[in-house]
Design a protein around this ligand. Structure first.
Ligand code: NAD
Ligand code: AHE
Ligand code: ZN
Length: 375
């Protein structure tokens, strides 16, 4: 069949909207009509050429929601008509990683996924002249129709609106999950969130859900402050307006009883390795944990004095918020539908697929939190 898609033809160039060929689902695969997709900073990271795994031409997008339209042989867990959220972190429930109970990073199809291919080593997308187009993060939600492995879709309730729950496909789950699954934040904690964009705001709402007392937000863009306050931020630091961010955090968290100061939990949601160091070093001596969520460009490395770790700070990473997609995503959709978490205010812009490059422009200018493409 043919479908409309935004294709990344070359690194650093705007996406091009075109008709492409899409083959039907093979064994263990499903075809999904994508109804809405968010634009995450990671899509821009790959589009820009900063992603060492970036492949061109490819169809980006990994934050979608839609309806199953066809299933390949052997598919049992979903059927045509089911509403689903694509999962860039699948959940096979059979691999060593899934069975370990220690990680959400299912390894069943990671190798082919990183090469832009379906698990059988081929792609379903091609240009009208037959040139192959690669998949992206196993999802390719910037195409109206896409094909995914069965283990990479979470079945969700049918009354949930696609244009909001698509965000659960990455940003919402990543932010809230990093707090609940990765850091396991406790009531009364003091926390710092670096970067108040589409991920950082969800870390903030996760911290509020977990009962944190102090939620310090750090961002170079002061226009992010009102939205962050809406979601629960209690203090704001603009690094351009203070001499030393780490010292400022230590001063804010110090008490007469605890003169050392430092946060119980810090989260990097910027992808900037200098910020990652600040996040680690503003964690409390002896127990503070710093969670790296941001994705850094090819070649970037993190550094700190080992003494920071010797004295009890813990550096951790979190992918997709530590969530097991098929199990956890339907529950997060319920949380949204039950009013336990908010999504609507973060979706600041919507647009048709033809205007998708405007979504990237709004991200670059700092005007948007999330842009959502509605098909
Ligand atoms: P975004 O562009 O919406 O937000 C980034 C925010 O960081 C912006 O508000 C920006 O002003 C701020 N910022 C940038 N540099 C800063 C600095 N030096 N100090 C303080 N603030 C700074 O992006 P997003 O969609 O929220 O994504 C954030 C990061 O998380 C990206 O690196 C993205 O690739 C990554 N990400 C990781 C996962 C994961 O599973 N680990 C999932 C989704 C996104
Ligand atoms: N391809 C990059 C790494 C990108 C990365 O870290 N991706 C996150 C999800 S970001 C979603 O917005 C992730 O889940 N990583 C785990 C994995 O297996 O990819 C690189 O540096 O090569
Ligand atoms: Zn993402």
């Amino acid at each position: 069949m043919r479908t409309r898609a935004a294709v990344a033809l070359q690194a650093g160039k705007p996406l091009e909207i075109m008709e492409v060929n899409l083959e039907g689902p093979k064994a263990g695969e499903v075809m999904v009509e994508i109804r809405a997709t968010g634009i995450c900073h990671t899509d821009d990271f790959t589009r820009s050429g900063a992603d060492p795994e970036g492949i061109f031409p490819s169809i980006l997008g990994h934050e979608g929601a839609g309806v199953v339209v066809e299933v390949g042989p052997g598919v049992t867990s979903v059927k045509p008509g089911d509403h689903v959220i694509p999962l860039y972190t699948p959940e096979c429930r059979q691999c060593a990683s899934c069975l370990s109970g220690k990680t959400n990073l299912c390894t069943a199809i990671r190798a082919t996924q990183g090469q832009g291919l379906m698990p059988d080593g081929t792609t379903r997308f091609s240009m009208l002249d037959g040139t192959p187009i690669m998949h992206y993060m196993g999802c390719s939600t910037f195409s109206n129709y896409t094909v995914l492995p069965e283990i990479a879709v979470a079945k969700v309730r049918e009354d949930a609106p696609f244009d909001k729950i698509c965000y659960i496909g990455c940003g919402v789950t990543t932010g809230i999950g990093a707090v609940i699954n990765t850091a396991k934040v406790e009531i009364g904690a003091k926390a710092v969130v670096f970067g108040l964009g589409g991920i950082g705001l969800n870390v903030i709402q996760g911290l509020r859900l977990a009962g944190a007392d102090m939620i310090i937000g750090v961002d170079l863009n002061p226009e992010k402050k009102p939205m962050a306050e809406h979601f629960g931020m209690t203090h704001f630091i603009n690094p351009k307006e203070c001499e030393n961010v780490v010292q400022e955090i230590i001063n804010l968290t110090r008490t007469p009883f605890d003169q050392i100061g430092g946060a119980d939990y810090t989260f990097d949601c910027t992808g900037n390795v200098t910020v990652m160091r600040q996040a680690l070093e503003s964690a409390h001596r002896g127990w503070g944990q710093s969670i790296v969520i941001g994705v850094a460009p090819a070649g970037a490395e993190i550094s700190t004095r080992p003494f920071q770790l010797v004295t009890g700070r813990v550096w951790k990473g979190s992918a997709f918020g530590g969530a097991r997609g098929r199990t956890d995503v339907p529950r997060i959709v319920d949380w949204y539908m039950d009013g336990k978490i908010e999504i609507d205010p973060m979706i600041t812009h919507t647009m048709p697929l033809d205007d998708i490059n405007r979504g990237f422009d709004l991200m670059h200018s700092g005007e948007s939190i999330r842009s959502v493409v509605i098909y």
